[in-house]
Write a protein that binds this ligand. Structure first.
Ligand code: ATP
Length: 277
């Protein structure tokens, strides 16, 4: 499914800046933010609230235009949404008047393409929604709706899946279940995933790399490789190494949140930290 080479990042963010024009003036959300995501990686993006995570993800999807800078997919600049890039939002956004099958078919109808039924059946089975195709969103729990949203995105066989805090609204038990599901799907498909979350535990559980953004305007402040073996069992997640890494990232975010007076923080190029398993 992936075509990126070892040299060319699957998704490249180059000096991305985004200014929102608001009633009270211009707001710089991203400031020359650069980041490479390699094929088959799961990269999580964390950072203080309002630092520009969603802005960055939407820019990566082509849904948001950057003020300056560029987004490259397999080395080629993108100028708008691309079929190779799927996205899952915090809300499942299923159409309430369509049943699950019809919701999953919807993007294909828009594109005038035939869905790959065998692949969709495989995905529904993978996420435990076998036999639910005739159900309407109101008949499904929040976790089931989000699983359906993941199937809808993966049905299009994207080579990159962008996930914007997809499990933020779920209870912690369902959230852990969903994290295991994403890991399983990734082990299955090796789809490149960029995942935004407020939960450092979730980021560490899922990722090959965790990227910490600075306080707004967002830039990459730090990166951590996450070398723990997969599947990441409860035992692995309870180790001192995971605990220490969680705390380091927490401290980074708290540090970024601290008021820095009127000066803009000066960001050095991102430090890459390697943790031994
Ligand atoms: N459409 C918009 N118009 C104006 N300002 C916006 C818009 N979208 C986001 N912003 C502002 O840009 C900044 C970054 O927002 P963004 O949602 O990208 O941050 P975030 O890190 O995802 O936030 P959170 O952690 O709260 O989810 C915030 O100050 C936000 O208020």
């Amino acid at each position: 499914m992936n075509t990126g080479s070892a040299r060319t990042p699957k998704l490249g963010v180059q000096a991305a800046s985004k200014v929102y024009t608001t009633a009270s003036g211009d707001l710089l959300a991203l400031d020359r933010c650069s980041l490479d995501v390699h094929a088959n990686e799961i990269v999580s993006i964390v950072g203080p609230s309002g630092c520009g995570k969603t802005t960055l993800l939407w820019s990566m999807s082509g849904l948001h235009r950057l003020t300056s800078g560029s987004i490259l997919l397999d080395g080629k600049e993108i100028a708008g949404p691309r079929p190779e890039i799927g996205i899952v939002f915090q809300e499942a956004n299923l159409l309430p008047w369509r049943n699950l099958d019809a919701n999953i078919n919807f993007p294909f109808e828009i594109k005038g393409e035939k869905p790959d039924r065998a692949w969709i059946a495989h995905l529904l089975n993978r996420v435990g929604l076998d036999g639910f195709g005739g159900k309407f969103p109101r008949e499904l729990s929040g976790g089931m709706q989000q699983r359906a949203a993941i199937v809808r995105a993966l049905a299009l066989k994207p080579s990159v899946l962008l996930m914007d805090e997809p499990f933020g609204a779920l209870d912690s038990f369902t959230r852990e279940e969903m994290n295991r599901l994403v890991e399983e799907i990734w082990l299955d498909t090796k789809t490149t995933i960029v995942f935004i979350t407020h939960s450092i535990e979730e980021a560490i559980f899922l990722s090959n790399r965790v990227v910490v953004l600075s306080a707004r305007p967002g830039r990459v402040a730090k990166e951590y490789n996450v070398p723990f073996p997969r599947p990441r069992s409860l035992e692995i997640m309870a180790t001192k190494e995971v605990f220490d890494l969680t705390n380091r990232i927490k401290m980074d975010i708290v540090g970024e949140r601290r008021p820095k007076g009127s000066e803009q923080p000066e960001h050095k190029s991102a430090e890459i930290v390697r943790i031994r398993p």
